[in-house]
Design a protein around this ligand. Sequence first.
Ligand code: AGP
Length: 610
Amino acid sequence: MCGIIGYIGARQATPLLIGGLRKLEYRGYDSAGVSVLDPALGGPSRVVRCRGKLGNLEEKLKAEPAHGTVGIGHTRWATHGRPSDENSHPHKVGPISVIHNGIIENHLQLRQELVASGSHFSSETDTEIFAHLVERQIVDGAENLTVAVRKALAKVRGSYAFVVMSDKEPGTLVAAKNSSPLVIGLGEGENFIASDVTAILAETRKVIFIEEGEMVTVTKDKVEITDLEGKPKQREPKIITWSATQAEKGGFKHYMLKEIHEQPRAVADTLVGRVDLENDDVNLDGVNLDVKNIKRIVFIACGTSYHASMVGEFLVEALARIPVEVDLASEFRYRDPIVGPGDLVVAVSQSGETLDTMEAIREAKKKGAQVFAISNVIEASIPRLADHAFYTHAGPEIGVASTKAFTTQLVAMTLLAIHLGRRTGALSRERARVLLNELVQLPNKMKEVTDQGAHLQVLARRYGGAHGFLFLGRGSQYPIALEGALKLKEISYIHAEGYAAGEMKHGPIALIDDQLPVVVLVPTGPSYEKTVSNLAEVRARQGKVLAVATRGDHDIGGHSDDVVLVPETALELQPILTVLPLQMLSYYVADQRGTDVDQPRNLAKSVTVE
Ligand code: AGP
C-alpha cells in the first residue's frame, strides 16, 4: 500500500509529483522520494528521498532541488525493510530508477541469485531487486526500456505496480501492473501515471485504467499498452466525474466501506511469502521461535485486536496443543500476572502504538517472557519493543472501526498456529496442507461475501431502527459475536452485546422480545446443532433472528427470520468469513443513521493513553 506517481511532459515534474504525492499520503506515509531528469540535458536523474512524512521530502528538495520534465515519485508504507532513507523509493541501480507498490513474493530467492552474480544492494527492500533485474537486461543488450522491463517481469512473482525510468531513454516511462492499481492520466503533450486517480485529478480527468498483467509505455505524446508478451492492447480513455474526495475513497462513500472491500486483497497480501505449499508449512518471515520450549502462550491486546486474540486462542490450542491465555492488555499489568521464561507473549495491535499493550509488553519482558508482536504498522513502537515482529500487511486503515486489520490479524493467527503446530507435532502435514490450501482460496471466498452489499443494506433497513442488538456464537464464533457487537456500537451508537450462545440462558435471555434483533453465527461445524437450539430459544420468545450460516445449509431458513450465507471453508477459517457480514451490517446501519462512520464520536485510531 504505497502511492505512485509519474510525469512526462513539458512542465517541471517535481511540483507535479509532490502535488500528486500529497493526495496519496493517506495510503502510506513512512517515507517519500522522487527521481527526476531533464531529457534536454540527458544527464542522470536526481534521486531525492527520505524517511518520514512528505513534508520532510519537501524540505530536502529545497536544499537539493530536482529539475527536469520527467520524473517518478513515491510515498511508502513499509512492507519489506523498515522505514529509512535507504529503503525509501525510488531505488536507483545504474541508469534505472524504480518505484513499486506491492510485494515481490520470490524476493529472497531473486536477491540471493543477484548477490551471487555480483549485485550490491543498498536497501532491505524487495523493490531494489527489480531495479537490478531491469538494469541487468539493459547490460545484456535489451533493445529498449520496455523490453528490459518485460524481461525482468518474467522473473518476478507477486503483486505489483511498477514504474520504471531510465537515464538512457529519458523520454519514456514504463509501468506494469499485477494486482495493484495503476492508472494513466492523459494530457496535452504530457501524461501521468499513478496508483490512484486521486493523484492526478487536479491535472486531468481523462484516464486509462491499466488491467491485470498489462504493461504500458508512456511518452509525452503516446500511451502504448501491451500484455506481458508484448501483444498490443487497445483501450478507450474514460472521463472521471468523481470529486477529489470521492476519488480518495476509491469511489466508496466512506473509508470504512472501502476497507471492507479491500479485505480480499489485504488477506492475499498477508499470505504472500508465508505459505509454503511445497513443505506444507508456514514461514514466519525468518522468525525462529524455540517452539519446543514454549510452555504457554499469552495473548495480550485491546478492543478488536483482543477479539482476534480470542480466535488465536482457539487456533493455537486446536492446532498446536499449546495452552493459551488471552488477556486484556489494559488489565494485564495491574494484577501482577504470573508470566515468565517459557511463556511466549503474543502482543496484537493494528496500530502498533496502543499504550496499554506497550505497558503490558514491558511487564512481560520484565518478568522474562519472550514477546512476539503482530502489528499492521512496520517499525511502530510495539513491534520495536517486542523480540520478534510479524506484520499483517493490510495497508493503512483510515476508518477508526477496524475491519481489514482484524481479518488480517486472524490470518496471522492462523499462520502462527500452523507454524507452531507443525513444530510441536500436533498438526499433521496432511491437515496443514488442507488448511494452507483453504487459506489461499480465502480471498475469493471473502469477495463472495463482500459482494452481498445490496442484501446487507436491506437487512440494515429492516433491523437498523432497533434500540439494541444481541450477537451470539459458540467456539471461535464467540469472539466474532463480540466483534460484531463492538463494530455496531462503535459506529452506529446502538447498544449491542456479544455473548457465547450457550450463556444466553444464564441471563441475556431476559432481554429477548420482538424488538430485539439477535444475530446468530451458525456456520456448519461441531456446534451447529447446539447453536440452532439457542436460536430456537430466541424465536420462542418472539426475538427476531438474523442467522449467518454456511452456503448449502438448507435448514437454517426455517429457523430464522433472515439469513446471510458465507461460502464453506475449514472450521478454523470460518471466523474470517463470518465477520464480514457483521462489519457490513454495522456499516449500513450506521450510514442509514447518518453517523460519522469513519471518525465516530469519542474514538481515536491509535489509543496512546492508558
Ligand atoms: C477497533 O474497531 C477499535 N478502533 C479499537 O477497539 C482497537 O481495536 C483498539 O483500540 C486496539 O487498537 P490496536 O489494535 O491498534 O492496538
